[in-house]
Design a protein around this ligand. Structure first.
Ligand SMILES: *[C@@H]1O[C@H](CO)[C@@H](O)[C@H](O)[C@H]1NC(C)=O
Ligand SMILES: *[C@@H]1O[C@H](CO)[C@@H](O)[C@H](O)[C@H]1NC(C)=O
Ligand SMILES: *[C@@H]1O[C@H](CO)[C@@H](O)[C@H](O)[C@H]1NC(C)=O
Ligand SMILES: *[C@@H]1O[C@H](CO)[C@@H](O)[C@H](O)[C@H]1NC(C)=O
Ligand SMILES: *[C@@H]1O[C@H](CO)[C@@H](O)[C@H](O)[C@H]1NC(C)=O
Ligand SMILES: *[C@@H]1O[C@H](CO)[C@@H](O)[C@H](O)[C@H]1NC(C)=O
Length: 467
């Protein structure tokens, strides 16, 4: 016969072993589920690649502009939509007889920071004008609202193809939500941007650098800076530039269209005039996200430098950005963060290295040779050269969300810096040191700038004037 003491010990023992067994069962179940889920996703990826995709809108020239959604007095706007093949950024994928997830639609819009609606839908429309609605899996204001009433929104609707549409891809998409009734009754469709070349869809990205330039505004007129900027990045290996403009002077537009004609640039209207005062910096958040998705989806460029005209990403140990990436990118970085140092435009001009015959002598990267000693911390005014495939949400100075498997990489301050040529100093007492790093591009840069200015402003004998 067991004493009471013994039976209690036995009871606790049974309870404990029961608990351990249960935990093991639960863990087993979870791991089964996640491996099943992983296997399902792998199978899905395999199948996804085997489908034959036909571009539903072969004549779409990718020239987006802002358009009202529904009721115009609300000033809700939609800009662009991209077809994104990355199934690993979708929460719930479908893979059965009826439906197959082939990717998602990523849409950029301007909406109030606080929208009443609990959900937003995408209305997708096919070439035969049939349409249906998909509830968005993600819809929200992106970071960097800065106390404004409107924000740049990123909306993601998973795209499950059905047998009855015989796996056709949709041609257009609109947003629909209850608080803007007209958005449903009379949808504002934007064409969905697919790859320019559909056979790029699952191929390796092209190892080229594109440059995303913040919206030109306030009658932007500094042509010399624009030309120098483009030529400097070309010397560093950039092959394509995306420009967006709110408004720019006639001369600046001549330069932009010159670069477009020679195939170096795409130019997009950025007609956010109705939101200049209630949206952070002319909607720049939507602009650089649009640009990074465009570089990835439409053009299949591996890299995009997200910078302004007064910022140069400067490798210190490699001959160019292209060289740096060739040697240091191991493929798992969503972006390379270059930390900020300032040069001041009010600083004296040192034109010592300008060749005697040069028409355009005062180049900002060549005439300013003193920079702040202090290197600002990463994510404070830093700028990022991204791997476009690794980005879900981009910010001005940092990456807010990388795709699974990618992380950002802070470039060591002895390997690369962001040279930021500001008009005014923020703290004028900062210690300055002489830095000639940018001068190694000088001999080529002066010639290239002169050549471009001559091609555009022949009547002024190639002088790029700051009007
Ligand atoms: C693209 O097409 C639209 C009309 O569909 C036209 O207005 C626009 O000028 C075109 N853009 C370019 C860059 O060809
Ligand atoms: C559009 O919105 C305004 C302001 O909310 C409202 O007064 C107006 O009735 C709306 N128009 C339509 C057609 O819904
Ligand atoms: C944001 O707006 C609120 C109210 O409009 C104001 O009290 C606050 O100071 C603002 N914050 C910033 C950082 O501008
Ligand atoms: C599209 O890409 C494929 C493979 O990369 C290439 O063979 C083909 O020439 C390209 N088509 C066009 C129109 O550029
Ligand atoms: C833009 O700048 C140009 C040249 O500086 C000037 O002629 C033009 O009037 C300006 N336009 C506006 C709208 O300010
Ligand atoms: C540097 O040169 C520019 C262009 O010639 C001129 O506008 C500026 O005043 C000069 N800056 C200084 C500090 O001399």
């Amino acid at each position: 016969m067991l004493t009471a003491q013994e039976s209690r010990v036995q009871f606790i023992y049974f309870m404990l072993s029961g608990l351990v067994a249960c935990t093991m069962l639960i863990l087993f179940y979870i791991s089964m589920r996640s491996t099943l889920n992983e296997r399902l996703r792998d199978d899905l990826k395999l199948l996804q690649r085997q489908l034959n995709y036909e571009k539903p809108n072969p004549h779409w020239n990718y020239s987006n502009s802002w358009r009202h959604i529904g009721n115009a007095t609300l000033r809700h706007e939609i800009y662009s939509a991209y077809f994104d093949v990355r199934t690993d950024i979708i929460g719930k994928v479908k893979f059965d007889e009826q439906q197959l997830t082939v990717g998602s639609l990523r849409i950029f819009a301007i909406l109030p920071v606080k929208l009443r609606d609990s959900s937003i839908s995408c209305i997708v429309r096919f070439a035969d004008f049939s349409s249906y609605e998909i509830v968005a899996e993600e819809a929200g204001a992106m970071h960097e609202v800065h106390n404004n009433s409107f924000a740049a929104w990123s909306i993601m609707c998973p795209l499950h193809l059905t047998r009855q549409h015989s796996l056709d891809l949709p041609r257009d998409v609109a947003l629909s939500y209850a608080s803007n009734r007209l958005s449903h009754l009379s949808p504002s469709y934007v064409p969905i941007s697919y790859p320019r070349n559909m056979s790029d869809m699952f191929s390796k990205s092209r190892a080229t650098i594109s440059v995303c330039v913040g919206p030109l505004q306030e009658n932007y007129s500094n042509v010399l800076r624009l030309v120098e900027f483009v030529e400097m990045y070309r010397l560093q290996g950039a092959t394509h530039f995306y420009f967006y403009y709110v408004d720019a002077s006639e001369d600046v537009r001549r330069v932009l269209y010159h670069y477009q004609r020679v195939g170096l640039a795409d130019i997009f209207e950025w007609n956010v005039q109705t939101h200049m005062h209630d949206l952070h910096y002319a909607g720049i958040v939507a602009q650089f996200n649009d640009c990074v998705y465009r570089a990835n989806v439409v053009d299949n460029y591996r890299y995009a430098a997200v910078v302004d005209l007064d910022e140069v990403l400067m490798p210190l140990k490699h001959n160019s950005l292209a060289d740096y990436l060739r040697q240091c990118d191991e493929g798992r970085s969503s972006g390379f963060v270059f930390r900020n140092v300032f040069f001041y435009r009010r600083d004296s001009n040192d034109t010592f290295n300008a060749p005697a015959y040069t028409q355009n002598r005062v180049l900002y990267t060549q005439s300013k040779v003193r920079r702040t000693l202090e290197v600002m911390p990463a994510y404070m005014r830093s700028k990022v050269l991204v791997n476009t495939r690794g980005i879900v949400e981009m910010g001005n100075h940092q990456i807010y969300r990388s795709a699974p498997g990618f992380t950002d990489h802070v470039v060591h301050q002895t390997v690369g810096l962001l040279f930021h040529y500001r008009d005014k100093c923020i703290n004028c007492k900062m210690v300055l040191i002489v830095d000639y790093t940018a001068r190694r591009f000088g001999s080529l840069l002066f010639d290239r700038v002169d050549n471009t200015c001559l091609a555009v402003f022949l009547e002024r004998r190639g002088v790029c004037a700051f009007a």
